[in-house]
Design a binder for this molecule. Structure first.
Ligand SMILES: Cc1ncc(COP(=O)(O)O)c(C=O)c1O
Ligand SMILES: N[C@@H](CCCC[NH3+])C(=O)O
Length: 430
């Protein structure tokens, strides 16, 4: 995070967070553009510029909006979308179609039609049933589409059970049973409507060990070899997914090089041995691009001190703007943005205002002494915060502000109560 402390106050990318809270209200998502750009440039430096024939497709699910698509576009990355809504956002942002890749285990016919009409770069296909659907749409529209198959490599990435995706028992991808994968590959190779490019895998999210990627890669390289032997077909693209972990509290974040250099080394060695042109290599980082660039500002309200048990400090948001603690027991760090120089010697539990006991944002965290009206900041909320927000209890989704070099601009306005009920019928029933 690009931040500093001045006069006891937290500044993010040159902006005073207390002034931001006053100007735009709370809860408030604040993203530093310089921090996002810095991550994108890191990817350029240690992957895209280092290895030719590579792409990085930012996983929009981590945080997607028109402004974000434009930053990603400007930074030269590609975009990984997983729904018609994310695709539509990219289209509205003017994101170049050929740089969009579409993932998902149950892409709807209308979503595929939108993707094919827009002429996106790749569809990452989850099975033969989907391939047949894509073929029928392409036939009808007289178009072709570049595709990869997402396979389930059968590795357990040892992250939270809800965010591991490479195990055989998974809703994602094609299992590597001979009677499943080879007929699917053969159909794609022989199709007049799709160009079969290669294989995709994604082993899970928030990873700190490169073993899962490397194990999955071995499986995929064996598959590439088998495809060559069975069908005399050269795979020209490998997508190794995302999953690069970030530091929320005390996790030891690993560099992109730690994950990607051994992957590239292995693919180069394999290609030389097989005497084939090294396939293009694509990655899909989401969390690592935006997590650290974002913070959430809240206003402190009720304080409940249960003597000898726990002190609950309530804020004006909660699981509706950050579901991760409730869903994955995710831990975060926070502070009082207006008391940054005061000793953080009070143990408090920061809870939200939703009608759920599990609506806890930080359990037993260290803060300066909190009082109603303080601005409480939670760090590293840029990924899967806004994008997983809900209207539970009819709480409005907060505004999103982008800051850069002391300037701020609202890129998503706060939902109003009117917005929340705007799709509801007010007609008399029956
Ligand atoms: C297919 C796919 N690609 C990319 C990502 C992005 O993962 P992360 O945000 O961990 O980098 C995900 C989410 O886990 C995913 O399912
Ligand atoms: N939403 C998850 C990550 C899911 C990754 C998508 N496959 C999180 O907050 O950690």
């Amino acid at each position: 995070m690009i931040s500093e402390i001045k006069n006891n106050v937290l500044y993010v990318d040159g902006c005073n967070t207390i002034e931001l809270a006053e100007k735009y209200g709370t809860p408030l998502y604040v993203y530093s553009e310089n921090a996002i750009v810095k991550e994108c440039r890191k990817l350029q430096e240690c992957f895209l510029n280092k290895y030719e024939n590579t792409r990085a497709a930012y996983a929009a699910k981590a945080f997607s909006c028109i402004a974000m698509c434009r930053i990603i576009e400007r930074e030269g990355l590609c975009l990984d979308v997983v729904s018609g809504g994310e695709l539509f956002t990219a289209i509205r942002a003017g994101f170049p179609a050929e740089r969009i890749e579409f993932n998902g285990n149950n892409k709807l016919k209308e979503e595929l039609e939108l993707a094919i009409d827009y002429g996106i770069g790749r569809i990452i296909v989850d099975g033969l049933q989907e391939l047949n659907l894509i073929e029928s749409i392409c036939r009808q529209k007289n178009k072709t589409m570049d595709v990869l198959y997402r396979i389930t490599p059968g590795v357990d990435s040892h992250t939270h059970n809800y965010i591991t995706t490479g195990k055989k028992d998974s809703k994602f991808g094609i299992p590597l049973d001979d009677d499943v994968i080879y007929p699917a590959v053969e159909a794609a190779i022989n199709s007049s409507y799709v160009n079969f490019k290669g294989i995709h895998f994604h082993v899970g999210s928030q990873l700190f060990d490169n073993k899962s990627h490397l194990l999955a890669l071995e499986t995929v390289l064996q598959l590439v070899k088998n495809i060559k032997e069975r069908f005399n077909y050269d795979v020209t693209e490998l997508n190794v997914g995302g999953g690069f972990g970030v530091t929320y509290t005390d996790e030891k974040q690993k560099s992109y090089e730690y994950f990607l250099d051994p992957i590239m080394e292995r693919i180069i060695e394999f290609s030389q041995k097989m005497n084939i042109k090294r396939p293009a290599v694509v990655i899909e980082p989401g969390r690592s691009v935006v997590a650290e660039a974002g913070v959430t500002l809240y206003k402190v309200g009720s304080i409940k001190d249960i003597k000898g048990i726990r002190k609950y400090v309530s804020v004006d948001g909660g699981m509706t703007d950050n579901i991760r603690p409730a869903l994955y027991q995710a831990a975060y760090r926070g502070a009082l943005a207006n008391k940054m120089n005061e000793p953080a010697d009070h143990t408090i539990t920061v809870c939200g205002k939703c009608c759920e006991s599990g609506d806890i944002l930080i359990k037993d965290g260290q803060f300066a002494e909190a009082q109603a009206g303080d601005i409480l900041v939670i760090f590293t909320t840029g990924a899967y915060g806004y994008s997983m927000a809900s209207n539970y209890n009819k709480n409005p989704v907060p505004a999103v502000v982008l800051v850069k070099d002391g300037k701020s601009t609202e890129i998503i306005r706060r939902q109003s109560y009117e917005d929340i009920i705007s799709r509801e019928s007010t007609e008399e029933l029956w």
